[in-house]
Design a protein around this ligand. Structure first.
Ligand code: NAD
Length: 334
């Protein structure tokens, strides 16, 4: 198959990771880098060997060599850019959160369906070797845990995430990862949520940064999430997830780069998978791109799509609501 032509829209932190992956892939060609900050797009194109760079996304739609785009821009722009990509018949890797509201997610889903283009969400943790092996070892977990505390961005870096209108909310911006992994590992849908939390770690932030939440799934499984920017308390986790049932417990550690399986009577826990990626932020990102390329090529590919993007945001919003009201929240059907 001829390599697919790609443009990366958004040449910041995450766009750079995707651009480097596209450039390294044998099944994809990096044609263009785009950013409203033209100098940033130029720099990324120069570093990755992209054919051209621009500050205008219209140049992407005008180039017939571009089959697909990566949208890795500030979250509030995802809706408009994804609808434009669909209208111009381009497949897309759309970063998380899918958009800032569930209504926007619905419109992206409808636009992509109408145009017949494939949307894959940037849920990289699903694509780590550890996550795949955990799901195979424990396909029907009854109890799940996401422990996803992280360092707040250093001053000046990624500051837009603290602006709710740009990111959809600091907490939700990353909580969607935890929700998506729990949906992936459980293979079930969340029906009820309860949560405590609020402004725990960074008083200057002005909005909730940390939550301890419980989820009930439609198959009766239950999950706990500890999530937020708790670095101020020294409680930084390495992003771990657990999926357990009677007789077996799979623990994914270290940003999805290691998996341990524990069976009672078989001490110590056996470490099964070690992802060769040395950068925790890159773990799972290349298989994610390969999943999109396979889906576009019509090959069997299990990839998170628009529905997954919408549901992870919806459940995260329910966590916010439960924190605010102090009441359990039933997840509405969409
Ligand atoms: N999947 C993950 O693990 C992961 C990790 C980090 C960020 N993200 C997501 O990726 C997206 C980008 O985050 P980031 O950390 O790279 O931010 P960033 O600030 O480093 O980069 C965003 C870039 O988008 C550009 N931009 C903004 N609006 C634009 C537009 N309309 N057209 C073109 N360029 C535009 C900005 O100029 C900036 O260079 C966010 O949605 C974020 O939530 C995902």
């Amino acid at each position: 198959m001829t390599p697919l032509g790609f443009a990366v829209i958004g040449s910041g932190f995450q766009g750079r990771i995707h651009a480097e992956n596209v450039a390294a892939s044998t099944r994809a060609d990096l044609i263009a880098c785009i950013d409203v900050d033209g100098a940033r797009a130029e720099a990324l194109a120069a570093d990755t060997g992209a054919a051209w760079a621009s500050a205008s996304v219209d140049d992407v739609w005008a180039d017939p060599a571009i089959d697909a785009v990566v949208i890795a821009t500030t979250t509030h722009t995802h809706h408009d850019l994804a609808l434009q990509a669909a209208a111009h018949g381009r497949h897309m890797l759309l970063e998380k959160p899918m958009a800032v509201s569930v209504d926007e997610c619905r419109e992206i889903e409808a636009g992509a369906e109408a145009a017949g283009v494939i949307v894959v969400l940037g849920y990289k943790f699903r694509f780590t070797a550890a996550a795949r092996a955990a799901k195979e070892a424990v396909p029907d977990p009854r109890i799940l845990v996401a422990h996803t505390l992280y360092d707040p961005a250093p001053p000046g870096a990624g500051g837009w995430v603290n602006d709710r209108t740009l990111s959809g909310g600091r907490l939700v911006s990353s909580l969607v990862h935890a929700v998506d992994m729990l949906r992936f590992l459980s293979g079930a849908e969340v029906v009820r949520v309860f949560a405590e939390g609020g402004l725990v770690a960074e008083p200057s932030l002005g909005e909730p940064d940390t939550t301890v939440a419980t989820l009930l799934f439609d198959n009766g499984a239950i999950a706990a999430i500890i999530h937020g920017t708790a670095a101020a308390s020294g409680l930084v986790s390495t992003w771990s997830f657990q999926a357990a049932r009677s007789g077996i417990n799979a623990t994914i550690h270290d940003h999805g780069r290691r998996l341990s399986l524990h069976r009672p009577g078989a001490e110590p826990a056996h470490t099964l998978v070690v992802d060769p990626s040395t950068d925790p932020f890159r773990a799972g990102t290349m298989p994610l791109l390969e999943g999109l390329v396979a889906a576009i090529a019509g090959e069997a590919a299990e990839v998170p799509g628009s529905r997954d993007g919408m549901l992870s945001l919806l459940v995260s919003r329910c966590v916010e609501e439960a924190m605010t009201t102090g009441q359990p929240v039933m997840v509405p059907s969409v």
